[in-house]
Ligand binder design. Structure first.
Ligand code: 2NE
Length: 272
């Protein structure tokens, strides 16, 4: 699949390297990588491509430059009913769809954070599977300061990660936190000097690429399952069905149907 055939990228840089890492870079540094509906649509398109590409094992999400991972929704295009791209005119909160897509993507998604990860940008790193932070990273929710909030994953995922008291502190006070604070709260997996961020992110990705892709798919679905309710079970159940389709027993059912004969289940053991 080819992203450029579907969408000309203007807000995002999309790269794939031979070793199996796809990298999506939000490229709006003049706005501290704030997103518009267009930016979100482009990230979603790249994620789709990375999901479908059998040579991609791990996906990295990051921001352009050293000053910001992402500063959330672009307040300059915020309307009275969502964020609105000039030209299109449709108010959207499609970053919520992106959060769900990151959770559903059956490959690890790693946030590589330099500078600010605030507002909706903070939630994006939280819904990624892992976060590698540079020592200049700054985290927090700014929504209550600008008349906004994310009552979905923004609250649920955060409370699971940092606990209810901390989540209320982060949201109610809207403070900013250092990378070390974030590490202590379990919001990030590691903190490295800014100059080493790219290499350290690649090291973590390569380590995952050496592991069984099916094991990682199942583990991601399983870790999501309890938190995502029925949608989480659908994801985990879908992985089980996919695996079953690859088995001789699953294929006996398909082959019997296609050749108009009764399936012969006798050769398959009923394991205890
Ligand atoms: C990110 C932060 C803390 C950076 O501060 P600093 O001092 O390093 O940079 P500065 O000068 O504030 O920003 C540089 C330029 O980027 C723009 C600024 O307006 C400024 O533009 P100029 O004055 O140079 O023209 N910029 C930065 N963030 C922007 C944004 N989000 N939208 C539009 N322009 C932005 C500091 O900039 C900051 O606090 N930014 C605002 C963070 C924020 O409140 N984000 C929205 C939260 S709500 C949200 O994301 C959301 C949600 O809650 C629910 C659903 C969907 C989205």
């Amino acid at each position: 699949s080819d992203v450029s055939a579907r969408l000309t990228l203007s807000d995002v840089i999309y790269e794939k390297c031979e070793e199996g890492i796809a990298r999506i870079t939000i490229n709006r540094p003049h706005r501290r990588n704030a997103f518009t509906p267009r930016t979100v649509q482009e990230i979603m398109c790249c994620l789709d491509d990375a999901r479908d590409d059998k040579d991609v094992g791990v996906i990295v999400l990051r921001g352009s430059g050293d000053l910001a991972f992402c500063s959330g929704g672009d307040q300059g295009v915020r309307g009275s009913n969502g964020y609105v791209d000039s030209g299109e005119g449709v108010p959207r909160l499609n970053v919520l769809d992106l959060q769900i897509q990151i959770r559903r993507t059956p490959k690890p998604v790693v946030a590589s954070v330099a500078g600010y990860a605030v507002g909706g940008g903070h939630i994006l790193h939280m819904v990624c599977d892992l976060t590698i932070a540079a020592d200049n990273a700054v985290f927090g929710q700014t929504g209550p300061k600008v008349g906004s909030f994310d009552a979905g994953y923004g609250c649920a995922a955060m409370a699971r990660i940092v606990g209810q008291k901390r989540a209320r502190e982060i949201w109610f006070l809207a403070r900013l936190y250092s990378a070390e604070d974030a590490l202590r709260m379990g919001l990030v997996n590691t903190v490295v000097p800014l100059a080493q961020l790219e290499e350290e992110t690649a090291v973590w990705c390569r380590e995952m690429l050496r592991n069984s892709p099916t094991a990682l798919r199942f583990l991601k679905a399983s870790l999501n399952a309890a938190e995502d309710g029925h949608a989480g079970l659908v994801q985990l159940g879908g992985e089980a069905t996919r695996l079953f389709y690859g088995s001789a027993e699953g294929q006996e059912g398909r082959d019997a149907y296609n050749s108009h004969r009764a399936p012969d289940w006798s050769k398959f053991t009923r394991t205890p």
